[in-house]
Write a protein that binds this ligand. Structure first.
Ligand SMILES: [Zn+2]
Length: 142
C-alpha cells in the first residue's frame, strides 16, 4: 500500500473513530518497496491541501525515511518556474520540481508490502500482507 493511503486511514474500531490518537495508524515491522509509477503532477497538486503534513512527517520518521520539511509545500512549489495563468494550456505541460519528485516518491512510490499498522488509541494491529492492509475486525471489536 502506498504511504498516501495512510493519510486517509483511521482505526476501524467504533470507539476509536472520534479519538485523535487513532490517526495516523503507525507502521510497525514494515517492509518497504519502491514501486515506480509515472508522476501525475495535477493529481499531486490537487491532493496537497488534503495531506495531513504533521502526521505524514511522523509516519516517515517511524519508517526511517528521510525527514520531510517542517511545513508543507504549496502547489506552486511543485512546479518549475512561475504558476501559469489560469487560462493557460493544460497543467500537463508543467514541469515537476525536485520537491514534487520527492513528494511523489514518498507518497506514491514508497509502498508498505508487509508489516502492521497500529492504532495509537486502542493498540489494534492491522496486518499488511502483499501490500494490502486487512481492516476486518474480530467480532468483539465491531
Ligand atoms: Zn483503534
Amino acid at each position: 500500500m502506498k504511504l498516501l493511503t495512510l493519510n486517509f486511514l483511521t482505526c476501524a474500531v467504533k470507539t476509536c473513530k472520534t479519538q485523535a490518537a487513532s490517526f495516523p495508524l503507525h507502521p510497525k515491522d514494515s517492509e518497504l518497496e519502491i514501486l515506480e509509477t509515472d508522476m501525475n503532477l495535477p493529481f499531486l497538486r490537487n491532493i496537497l491541501p488534503r495531506l495531513m503534513w504533521e502526521e505524514l512527517r511522523t509516519i516517515c520518521k517511524e519508517l526511517g525515511l528521510p525527514d520531510l520539511p517542517p511545513s508543507p509545500p504549496t502547489p506552486a512549489d511543485l512546479i518549475e518556474g512561475p504558476e501559469p495563468a489560469p487560462d493557460a494550456a493544460s497543467e500537463t505541460e508543467l514541469v515537476p520540481s525536485q520537491t514534487a519528485r520527492d513528494l511523489h516518491r514518498v507518497l506514491l512510490e514508497t509502498c508498505i508490502q508487509e508489516g502492521k499498522l497500529v492504532c495509537g488509541c486502542c493498540g489494534h494491529e492491522y496486518a499488511v500482507k502483499e501490500g494490502v492492509a486487512n481492516f476486518l475486525l474480530p467480532g468483539h471489536l465491531v
